[in-house]
Design a protein around this ligand. Structure first.
Ligand code: FAD
Length: 111
């Protein structure tokens, strides 16, 4: 049986991968409706994320750093920045956001 911490970490890796890949595939010039959809998704994600402590923390981050949905680049950089805020809080290394587009471009990040 997996320990609790292992489950939380596995859920986190899968979730970040989904989020960053969604941003990499978000339209470069989204319509109003696409922008609204991404914004709603992020807020609903922050409510429904199945780790209560993480969800609460993420909602507080969103208050200070609302989703940027104006373009693919804005959304990708926003997701990278909020992931870095979580990284910092968990004493993990910061990720270089200038490489985020390349890493998730094809929906097949190396790891
Ligand atoms: P992860 O942080 O899961 O990252 C996976 C991979 O993404 C990394 O190996 C790296 O290649 C890449 N990456 C790293 N940083 C970035 C970045 N800034 N942008 C793009 N790619 C990047 N865990 C807790 O214990 N407490 C919490 O409060 C908590 N809150 C979370 C909130 C959310 C919304 C999510 C999605 C996860 C949360 N987690 C939390 C889980 C935590 O963030 C990690 O996913 C987990 O600890 C596993 O970490 P990891 O070192 O394997 O890499």
């Amino acid at each position: 049986k997996l320990g609790n911490a292992t489950i939380k970490a596995e859920l986190g890796r899968s979730s970040w991968k989904l989020l960053h890949t969604m941003m990499a595939r978000f339209p470069e010039r989204p319509t109003k409706d696409q922008k609204a959809a991404l914004r709603s998704f992020i807020y609903l994600f922050s409510r429904l994320y199945p780790c209560g402590e993480c969800a609460k923390e993420f909602q507080m981050i969103l208050e200070k750093h609302p989703p940027q949905v104006s373009s693919r680049e804005a959304a990708s950089l926003w997701a990278c920045a909020v992931h870095n805020i979580v990284n910092r809080r968990l004493l993990k290394e910061e990720f270089d956001c200038s490489t985020v587009a390349d890493k998730y471009k094809c929906g097949c990040a190396a790891e």
